[in-house]
Write a protein that binds this ligand. Structure first.
Ligand code: GCO
Length: 450
């Protein structure tokens, strides 16, 4: 068996990374708008002010999606574009943009998967304490309500939040993502708990207000471990390593997924974080753990793990000169077999790969083509593994390549190109890369050609 007939073949983007029009259409500011203005925050002083100019070029972009043969597109909504202050006054112009975009997608046979929050938190709410404010989950529910009331007659697939590990961990702890904070462990955990509550309330809101039955998921980073060999010992080691939390950091998959899918924080994590934990009420866990339809997960790479002589999981060092992408992420296609497999075992939900792809140096050749054989090979290897997971009984719902087009790669600016479509940022000209054409052949065969 390969992928099911209704397998979702898509590509993903995020509002701040592609839309541009940062100061147009009565949009409010997000923490990324303000962070980009801080000297040295983003490489090269790049900003998302114009980005791919998708706000104005969305029709052309939908035609390119159609050319690639996508049957789904994962986009995110800019919260401050539709609620410039984060709550209260609604910006109709912002909602109109998403209306037009959704209509254009549907008219072209492409199913929108809407992510409510992909990091562009409203600046005005940040000034009120952001995710540390006890009202933040209600703010997010209010925003969800506005989206549901306007779009849920046509949008039936939602993802609440993207990668809390990054906007909480890197944004509040590492300082290199907006809002650029370096808070104490207690504050980071509080912000994280509030954002989990926001997820739960957002799901409740969608279930209440959705005009057509909708499917809802969540898209954390899938920090993945895979076994060094197929021995039972190594498999056990990789599974334990993937879900265990032994040091206080914000990356653990289980820290973010267990509350959402199992209604509790992982025991080992609670022990490690004990001295910094916020007050967690029993009702909180009920709010956070709402029934979901799929497990969305962003997987780019994994760690190779073996069982050592003392029966403890041990990370195997990379071989010298190991294969890497431009941003130094390891080529580890096994992550797309074992990640989904371990996640499916633990949470029992259909797996939707919400992001996977690679950064490269791509340019338009003399003959006008963009030749990116490494990306084709990367996608081929990873998709083959995902298909193998499907064959071995993992419920695989779909796959979104990151990204539809080259875009603003956060603190790295425009220096990393992840797209299936090349973007010339000076002229705005788009060119489908060889990988985009290749992806079409795979989609057309529903993965049989892999
Ligand atoms: C993330 C985000 C994307 C990135 C992509 C490449 O995972 O960081 O979801 O917005 O652009 O992952 O880093």
């Amino acid at each position: 068996m390969s992928f099911s007939k209704d397998f979702v073949w898509g590509a993903a983007t995020a509002a701040y990374q592609i839309e541009g029009a940062a100061y147009k259409g009565n949009k409010g500011l997000s923490v990324w708008d303000t962070a980009c203005k801080i000297n040295g925050f983003v490489k090269g002083g790049h900003t998302g002010d114009i980005a791919c100019d998708h706000y104005y070029k969305y029709k052309e972009d939908v035609q390119l999606m159609k050319k690639i043969g996508l049957n789904a597109y994962r986009l995110s909504i800019s919260w401050p574009r539709i609620l410039p202050n984060g709550t209260g006054k609604i910006n109709e112009e912002g909602l109109d943009f998403y209306d037009r975009l959704i209509d254009e997608l549907l008219a072209n046979g492409i199913t929108p998967y809407v992510t409510l929050f992909h990091w562009d938190f409203p600046h005005e709410l940040f000034l009120k304490g952001g995710w540390l404010n006890p009202d933040s989950s209600d703010w997010f529910a209010e925003y969800t309500k506005v989206v549901a009331e306007r779009l849920s007659d046509r949008v039936s697939h939602f993802i609440t939040q993207n990668e809390p590990q990054c906007y909480i961990g890197l944004g509040h702890g590492g300082g290199n993502h907006a809002p650029g904070l370096n808070l104490s462990n207690s504050d980071i955990l509080l912000a994280g708990h509030n954002s989990l509550l926001a997820h739960g309330k957002s799901v409740q809101t969608l279930r209440q207000l959705s005009k057509v039955p909708c499917e809802i998921g969540y898209a954390p980073v899938g920090v993945t471990s895979f076994p060094n060999t197929d021995s039972l010992k190594d498999i056990e080691a990789a599974r334990a390593h993937m879900f265990s939390i032994s040091t206080p950091n914000q990356w653990g998959s289980s820290w973010w997924m267990d509350p959402v899918y199992l209604g509790k924080y992982p025991e080992d994590g609670l022990k490690v974080m004990e001295q910094w934990l916020p007050k967690i009420k029993a009702e909180d866990m009920k709010t956070i753990c709402q029934p979901l339809d799929f497990l969305g997960v962003n997987i780019y790479q994994g760690k190779r793990v073996k069982m050592d002589e003392n029966n403890c999981p041990e990370v195997v060092a990379d071989k010298v000169g190991h294969e890497q992408t431009l941003n130094r992420w390891s080529l580890t296609p096994e992550a797309l077999y074992w990640g989904p497999k371990f996640l499916y075992e633990r949470y029992g939900k259909p797996i939707l790969i919400t992001e996977n792809g690679m950064s490269n140096i791509d340019w338009v050749s003399l003959d006008g083509q963009v030749k990116d054989p490494q990306r084709i090979d990367f996608l081929h290897r990873y998709l083959k593994e995902f298909k193998r997971a499907s064959r071995d009984g993992v419920s695989t719902k779909g796959y979104f390549a990151w990204s539809l087009m080259d875009n603003f790669e956060w603190a790295e600016g425009y220096n990393e190109r992840f797209g299936l479509i090349h973007v010339d940022y000076e002229t705005g000209i788009r060119t489908i890369k060889d990988s985009g054409h290749w992806y079409k052949t795979i989609i057309d065969s529903n993965g049989d050609l892999l």
